[in-house]
Design a protein around this ligand. Structure first.
Ligand SMILES: Cc1cc2nc3c(=O)[nH]c(=O)nc-3n(C[C@H](O)[C@H](O)[C@H](O)COP(=O)(O)OP(=O)(O)OC[C@H]3O[C@@H](n4cnc5c(N)ncnc54)[C@H](O)[C@@H]3O)c2cc1C
Length: 326
């Protein structure tokens, strides 16, 4: 068993997921503490240029399986290829993103390797030479600190929680092509249908405009979507709006939705319940639009507008459109 940290870097359509950079940042810290190095594994098809980006974020060596058979994600194909690679590299620690793909892949890979998995972690450290992972449990009411028996030690990491390092454009890494070993794949992806084609995922967005119960119905999301479109933003939602069936769960921000860290978060008709704040409180700039001046969201917001969102949001949209077309 070596002492390297292997980050499984996820890409979709040739674009690396942000969580890959966040894991490289955390992985570098772990590697320093354990005396190893941080490396990355990249799977897919047509991956030119991506290893350079991973090097800039700190990977010292990158294993690349670039093959048509890996063009779309398949549990078996990716597990087979990674199990093969891990057998050769023998990392001490393996990190994956707790994304839709990672949530499918990580447990399958752990089972294949016959090891444990700390899933959906929000902090990682080395304690007594072993990985110590922190993971929220019971919908975030408690934190479990997990140490795994056996090697390698595996953890999946919640996106948008750990800080990504600043990229170093001069960094270079060794790139090692590895053979795809997709093997016999019994379940094949035949089609991928994106939810709301063209929509930006809140977990990846730089700007988010969110609607809460205050939008009062599915049609209330029309001005929210208009403002989001003008700003090039993703549309977020509180759980109240999702539970009411006004918008799909993929938009939900918060403890039981997605954790987000955009530069700008515009909360409209959202009261600011603790479970909502848990998912967005680290946004750089928070703007709140609410007709109740006592709404708790104003305690966190950098800018607050007390008013009816159905008046304020279209006005904001008009102003931004004028400003951005200048
Ligand atoms: C275990 C658990 C997990 C949870 N997970 C989540 C989660 O992931 N995400 C989440 O969001 N919630 C979550 N919740 C629910 C959370 O507690 C709140 O109930 C929810 O966030 C409230 O949503 P809201 O702010 O949209 O609605 P409300 O609290 O009802 O607030 C609506 C706000 O809109 C304002 N408003 C109304 N009309 C207008 C108008 N025309 N113009 C301007 N403002 C207006 C009101 O003044 C009010 O402040 C969770 C709860 C539990 C118990």
């Amino acid at each position: 068993m070596g002492n390297s940290v292997l980050v499984i870097a996820e890409q979709r359509d040739g674009v690396l997921k942000k969580v890959a950079f966040e894991m490289l940042g955390a992985g570098a810290g772990l590697a320093t503490a354990s005396g190893g190095s941080v490396e990355a594994a990249l799977l897919g098809s047509g991956l030119d240029g991506l290893p350079d980006t991973l090097a800039q974020y700190g990977a010292t060596k990158i294993y690349v399986a670039d093959d048509d058979s890996l063009a779309t994600y398949s549990s078996e194909g990716y597990t087979n290829t990674l199990a093969d690679l891990i057998g050769k590299v023998e990392p001490a620690i393996i990190l994956l993103g707790a994304t839709a793909m990672g949530k499918d892949l990580a447990p399958r890979l752990a089972a294949r390797l016959g090891v444990g998995l700390a899933s959906d972690c929000t902090a990682l450290e080395i304690d007594g030479g072993r990985l110590l992972s922190t993971r929220p449990i019971f919908a975030g009411k408690a934190l479990a600190r997990v140490k795994l028996n056996g090697d390698p030690q595996m953890a999946s990491v919640r996106p948008n929680v750990l800080a990504a390092p600043e990229p170093d454009p001069s960094a270079v890494a060794a790139v090692e092509p590895v053979a795809a070993a997709a093997g016999q794949v019994r379940a094949r992806v035949v089609d991928i249908v994106g939810a709301g084609a063209g929509e930006i995922d809140v977990a990846e967005a730089d700007i988010i405009v969110t609607g809460g119960r205050g939008v009062a119905g599915p049609d209330g999301f029309v001005p929210i979507r208009d403002l989001a479109k003008t700003l090039g933003a993703a549309v977020g939602a509180s759980r109240a709006a999702v539970d009411a069936g006004w918008i799909e769960h993929s938009h939900q921000v918060g403890q039981t939705g997605k954790t987000v860290t955009p530069n700008l978060y515009v909360a409209c008709g959202v009261s600011g319940a603790i479970q909502h704040l848990a998912g967005m409180k680290t946004a750089k700039t928070i703007v709140a639009v609410n007709k109740d001046p006592e709404a708790p969201i104003f305690k966190l917001a950098n800018y607050g507008i007390v008013g009816d969102l159905f008046e304020v949001v279209p006005l904001l949209e008009k102003e931004f459109q004028a400003l951005l077309s200048e």
